[in-house]
Design a protein around this ligand. Sequence first.
Ligand SMILES: NC(=O)c1ccc[n+]([C@@H]2O[C@H](COP(=O)([O-])OP(=O)(O)OC[C@H]3O[C@@H](n4cnc5c(N)ncnc54)[C@H](O)[C@@H]3O)[C@@H](O)[C@H]2O)c1
Length: 270
Amino acid sequence: MTGHDKLRGKGAVVTGAGQGIGRALATRLAAEGARVVVNDLDADNAAAVAAEIGGTAVPGDCASEEGVRHLVDAATEALGRIDVYCANAGIDGGPLGTGDSLLDTSDEAWSRIIETNVMAHVRAARALVPGWLETGGGRFVVTASAAGLLTMIGSAPYSVTKHGSVAFAEWLSVTYGHRGVAVQAICPQGVQTRMLEDSGPLQALLSHDVALAPEAVADAWVASLADDRFLVLPHPEVAGYYAVRAQDTDRWLAGMRKLQGRLDDARAQA
Ligand SMILES: NC(=O)c1ccc[n+]([C@@H]2O[C@H](COP(=O)([O-])OP(=O)(O)OC[C@H]3O[C@@H](n4cnc5c(N)ncnc54)[C@H](O)[C@@H]3O)[C@@H](O)[C@H]2O)c1
């Protein structure tokens, strides 16, 4: 079965799909023949993307308990059944280059980032998995980040929550994968979106030579469906670092320290 066969005719939800990577995932899902619900906090952007791809907009918060309940109910009504849930919405802790993210991130900011980058996935899975176990399964896709695999990319709350999102996806896969729940974690590094634009020196560091178009992330995800890879690593550099981490801890740490040096240089120049 190709990746395409796994999407044709399916009912799919993409959170944070009003722009960026979510928009690219929603657009690709529609092109592959899925029926798509477009969620975003920004109602105008959600409506615009839904109109572009012939989908249904369900604006609102995809993180809070009530928001998830509303999204899952409205999407089930629109689609009949949710086969694919792309938990894509995520937020950064703010400009990475200004200040020290350990010392300068308030508890309130930590909570907001944990809610969006981790609890949104937990609540959506809690709403969807029981039905999937009874009715033949489903697919849960988390847009995590290279920052969820490589410790030194990103602010403290971003890195910690993205590690949490990868860990949650892995837990879900290990626990329910054999019962028909396919789970994937997409881990891009540097994608040309508003989030990257807002991330100051990190943008300078990443965007010119390595940043990918959001559509390339969607391509990598669709390609990964052919063999149902758990980790989708759209960027070759991430794939390389990750392979080293898996096999050779010393080389991995050396690579991470080199990357940290590049980040420090970018911060110093900002
Ligand atoms: N851009 C990158 O370089 C990059 C790299 C790796 C991972 N990611 C991850 O990819 C995902 C998408 O990021 P992006 O770069 O497209 O960012 P983006 O900021 O361009 O888009 C994110 C969208 O999510 C929406 N959103 C945020 N919180 C929401 C909520 N609670 N409910 C509903 N919608 C919400 C925003 O309104 C926005 O439209 C995020 O999880 C991000 O962490 C991005």
